[in-house]
Design a protein around this ligand. Structure first.
Ligand code: OVV
Length: 401
């Protein structure tokens, strides 16, 4: 019978920091090895081609999220926090809570955030371009989402400090208990205490997304027990993803000057430039699923109850889907079908907020700077799930042309 002996077996450690900061050669080897591979080091299966990753993401009945979307199997070991009601759940429980959250973040409702997000981007762009040199991570990517998104959620300005440490825990915890995981969880207790308090009703400013989640309790759409966990999802998923994403977008533009020229000539391309950076350097590189039955994927049978690692960052560069120039950053490319936001029932609920942030930040830079260049070598920031930079020193040249 078909068994894992039929799937190519790879010894690579996808969570080795060296692989995490430059995963693309490994991705290509996985894609070329076959539609499904077995990663012997962790005893998990993996898919790295676009078609198979997209199919798995779209088949929640076979590829379940309820056992967690990290390496740990929640049915075999306790989760480090109460599982997310959105990310780490299947229908029907998932459907019930997703609906009220989705309602707050439709393209239409997100338009209500645009004026404030634009004003904050213009102000930051003005300040940074005046400085000529800045760190696009410390001075831009780590500043802007905290300012606008934490504001939008209604988190008080004082005491946002632990936000990034919490995000570091969330995204490293999807991987194995390697040094990245351990470092993120050094002194975890005060961070866990803080996040729990930050999600309570009385901690959230009226009118914000957090308060609106609590209002869904008043309407009877969700329970009072669910509300803090849904607020926690916003704070878990909404900061580090856009932080890494904004850094990656600046990196793409700084290292592809002809693409930056196009953007400077037409800042209306900012949304497309951000979208292509999501394809090209996906902030969320991987998530696991857990099989609920034996499943035949292109002739390879993955057994039931198996962890399967899905490589969205690889699918996004699969030449089978994107053609021979898959490895080129091209802001005029047709990007629909990229998997940086996932696909299927779990597709990123905050994607329109994310795109708004990317668009207004890139447009603010593009209108003010005629050149954007690296000022020194970037420093990558290894993370068990996210791909991005710790430092990204850039130099901008002000002026119209
Ligand atoms: C998409 C995502 C990433 C991390 C955490 C969560 C969601 C959550 O719901 O907690």
């Amino acid at each position: 019978m078909l068994s894992r002996s039929q799937a190519p077996v790879l010894d690579d450690d996808p969570f080795d920091p060296e692989v995490l900061v430059d995963p693309y050669p490994f991705h290509q080897r996985m894609r070329d090895a076959g539609p499904v591979v077995f990663l012997a080091r962790y005893g998990v299966w993996a898919m790295a081609r676009h078609a198979e990753v997209a199919n798995a993401l779209s088949d929640w009945e076979t590829f379940s999220s309820a056992a967690g979307v990290g390496l740990a199997d929640f049915r075999k070991e306790p989760a480090w926090r109460r599982p997310s009601l959105l990310l780490e759940a299947d229908p029907p429980a998932h459907t019930a809570v997703r609906k009220p959250v989705l309602h707050l973040m439709t393209p239409k409702t997100v338009q209500g955030l645009r004026a404030a997000f634009e004003a904050a981007a213009e102000e930051l762009g003005e300040e940074l371009v005046a400085r000529r040199e800045f760190d696009a991570v410390a001075d831009l990517a780590e500043v802007y989402p905290i300012r606008v998104f934490a504001d939008a959620v209604g988190l008080p300005e004082e005491g946002r400090g632990p936000l990034l440490r919490y995000a570091g825990m969330v995204f490293n915890a999807f991987g194995p208990r390697n040094p990245l995981f351990e470092a993120a969880f050094a002194e975890a207790a005060p961070v866990l205490e803080w996040i729990t308090a930050a999600c309570q009703r009385d901690a959230l400013a009226p009118g914000g997304l957090g308060a609106q989640i609590w209002e869904a309790v008043d309407r009877g759409d969700i329970t009072a027990d669910q509300a803090p966990l849904l607020v926690r999802s916003l704070l878990s998923a909404g900061l580090d993803t856009t932080i890494f994403g904004l850094g990656n977008a600046v990196f793409c533009l700084a290292t592809n000057p002809e693409q930056y020229d196009l953007l400077h000539a037409d800042p209306g391309l900012a949304r497309a430039a951000f979208e292509e950076s999501l394809r090209y350097e996906a902030p969320v590189q991987t998530f696991f699923r857990t099989t609920t039955r034996p499943v035949d994927v292109e002739g390879t049978v993955i057994p039931s109850d198996a962890k399967v690692l899905l490589f969205m960052g690889s699918a996004n560069r699969d030449p089978r889907r994107w053609g021979d120039d898959a490895n080129r950053y091209d802001i005029r490319r047709r990007t629909p079908g990229h998997l940086a936001f996932g696909a299927g029932i779990h597709v990123c609920v905050g994607q329109f907020i994310s795109r708004l942030e990317g668009e207004v930040v890139l447009a603010a830079l593009a209108r003010r700077a005629r050149r954007l260049d690296l000022a020194a070598d970037p420093v990558a920031k290894p993370n068990n799930t996210l791909k991005g930079f710790r430092h990204l020193p850039v130099r901008v040249t002000a002026g119209p042309s």
